[in-house]
Design a protein around this ligand. Structure first.
Ligand code: SF4
Length: 438
């Protein structure tokens, strides 16, 4: 079918047109193209693929597919090295990031964004509200509603696959936040900018007021809208409160409006959430947003582990994804402390991948468990090369083993138990061989 016969992947799916992207997603996720087309038509799977992103290897996001992970990077006032940020991107992709969000907030952001889209095979997302101040070189208060929409258009024209837009807070939220006395108010960077702009100008949220204009842009370029959660809780005490849920109700309404324009939608979610509230949060989102893929930041299950928030987020992320979240935004050890360096990025990605994979096994995602079973065989056979081949981070695994090899038998056991190796003893015992310990 000619590409011109449809606007977005959702439009194509609803017309019964199988796109190359749907076929690619079907092949990599072990579904039939028709099944993927059906999910895309319903809005339960999104294929974020701007028509201009020629280097993209199409991937699907949906709770019945492999859980995807995102890494945030970007030029900022405190890290202006374009080459270093690009190095972080390439390392993130190599380590298995399925998406890169360019959160650049300093200097000339456009050439970096364009280079990223030109060279990156994974989905690219942005938060246009960050870029508005930089692009127009105006202070926040001086920006007009039209300026914000123009930046969305610019990003769409550049080839961005999904944009986070904080459409769900309104002037009503202003009063709610002021009256509700949340411990952490608003911790979403984009959400706080929209809140501040509304406070200073007295106007309605432009991303809410001009949502139809945004949908026209997104429909034209096939940009997926990622409905940002400005009121995501920034601490356990604020989790699942009125502000968060009321915004989610509005995001559900906006999801329906986007779908009526054939625009693909993801919905963003918390944040900091106690472990026992995560499943309920996912259930409420799935119900209010009619199964639109849920993209969560964390959730971080405790507030007291700065330096280790890649772990607090991975715990929450695994539970969220096992309960139906589709997309995890990585959190690095530098969260709440500093801009992540290249090693923080690596640790954040590996932690997210562990969470995503653990959830995929629990959800029964097709073939997710296969590699674990192969790893078990390699461990039983004490086949170290195969163990490294199946490891999520082979370099680290190899480095640890090689730094502490057992003294007397390098090819067999490891130095954890040496000759007391249970695996070795059992292999020999089952074969009826002598077990030599001394
Ligand atoms: S020595 Fe211990 S830890 Fe190492 S492979 Fe054998 S049983 Fe496992």
């Amino acid at each position: 079918m000619n590409k011109k016969n449809y606007t977005t992947q959702m439009d194509a799916a609803r017309k019964g047109i199988l796109t190359e992207q749907m076929k690619a997603v079907a092949a990599s996720e072990h579904y039939t193209p028709e099944q993927i087309m059906h999910y895309v038509a319903e809005g339960k799977v999104v294929i974020c693929s701007n028509k201009k992103h020629a280097s993209l290897k199409a991937a699907g996001v949906g709770s019945m597919l492999r859980t995807k992970i995102n890494a945030n990077i970007g030029i900022s006032r405190d890290c202006r090295d374009y080459d270093l940020e690009m190095e972080k991107v390439m390392s993130a992709v190599k380590l298995g990031a399925d998406a890169i969000m360019d959160l650049s907030s300093h200097g000339n952001t456009r050439p970096f964004r364009q280079k990223l889209i030109e060279s990156c095979p994974v989905m690219i997302g942005t938060v246009p509200v960050y870029d508005a101040v930089i692009h127009f070189q105006k202070d926040l208060k001086e920006l007009t509603a039209k300026d914000f929409i123009d930046v969305v258009r610019l990003h769409a024209e550049d080839g961005v696959d999904f944009v986070t837009l904080h459409c769900g807070i309104t002037r009503k939220t202003l009063e709610q936040i002021k009256g509700n006395q949340r411990k952490m108010n608003i911790v979403s960077r984009g959400g706080s900018l929209v809140f501040a702009w509304m406070s200073m100008t007295g106007e309605e949220n432009p991303f809410y007021e001009y949502f139809n204009d945004i949908l026209e842009i997104c429909e034209k370029h096939d940009v997926t809208v990622s409905l940002g959660d400005a009121c995501r809780p920034g601490c356990l005490a604020d989790a699942t409160d009125v502000c968060q849920i009321e915004e989610l109700v509005r995001l559900g309404e906006l999801t329906k409006r986007a779908w009526s324009h054939n625009v693909q939608v993801m919905v963003e979610g918390p944040g900091h959430v106690p472990l026992n509230q995560i499943a309920a949060n996912i259930e409420v989102q799935k119900t209010l947003c009619m199964g639109a893929p849920f993209y969560v930041l964390g959730p971080l299950v405790t507030d007291i582990a700065p330096g280790y928030d890649h772990i607090t987020a991975a715990i929450g992320g695994a539970v969220a994804a096992a309960n139906g979240a589709s997309f995890l935004c990585y959190v690095t050890p530098a969260e709440h402390l500093a801009l992540p360096d290249i090693d923080d990025v690596r640790q954040g990605i590996i932690a997210s991948r562990i969470a995503a994979h653990a959830a995929d096994i629990a959800k029964g995602i097709p073939y997710a468990r296969e590699i674990d079973d192969r790893m078990a065989d390699a461990r039983r056979n004490l086949d170290w090369d195969k163990q490294f081949e199946y490891a999520l981070d082979a370099d680290t695994a190899k480095k640890i083993r090689e730094s502490r090899l057992p003294e007397d038998d390098h090819s067999d056991t490891c130095s954890m138990c040496g000759k007391f190796c249970a695996v070795r003893s059992m292999n020999k015992a089952i074969k009826g061989e002598l077990i030599d310990i001394l």
